[in-house]
Design a protein around this ligand. Structure first.
Ligand code: ZN
Length: 162
């Protein structure tokens, strides 16, 4: 599957709220696994049998698992040339020594890009504007609707999180 087909799949998925993020790896041709990762590791992206595999920490809350998956898909779409054998993300979404790979090619710039990708995927601008008109700045309702944490939604809505 070429890159442009993959971007089309991602755009199409953003038209459904909550975005069906767990169905995306299969549709993009990569693997998805849920596992008990070491404490402090939220997700991994690894090369696997000619493709890639995303692993999400099964102990994390649902909304965090969705965000981690979207973040790893960001690394896959934007940084696959830097992945090497793999990368690990800690709870702050930083490549970490505590993980299996400690990929040093993935730095703060790549992490910011993957976080932006994840926010755009899970909280598409058009849908945010539409639902905000309907619900107002109700962060709790908006977070529930989009399947994200209240913190992630607050940031997306440009409100300070307390
Ligand atoms: Zn990352």
């Amino acid at each position: 599957m070429n890159l442009s087909d993959q971007w089309d799949i991602l755009s199409a998925a953003r038209r459904t709220i909550p975005v069906p993020v767990t169905s995306l790896p299969a549709r993009l041709g990569i693997g998805l696994k849920s596992a008990f990762l070491p404490a402090g590791i939220s997700g991994m992206l690894e090369r696997d049998r000619g493709s890639f595999l995303v692993t999400i920490n099964a102990l994390d809350p649902d909304t965090r698992q969705r965000f981690t998956l979207a973040h790893e898909l960001g690394h896959y779409m934007l940084h696959r040339h830097l992945v090497g054998d793999g990368l690990d993300d800690d709870r702050a979404y930083r490549s970490t020594e505590a993980g299996k790979y400690h990929n040093t090619l993935i730095g703060p710039k790549e992490e910011t890009e993957a976080n932006k990708f994840a926010a755009n995927l899970l909280m598409p601008r058009e849908a945010i504007m539409r639902e905000r008109d309907r619900l107002g700045d109700n962060v709790v309702e908006m977070a529930r609707l989009f399947g994200v944490s209240e913190q992630a939604m607050s940031i997306r809505l440009g409100q300070p999180y307390s």
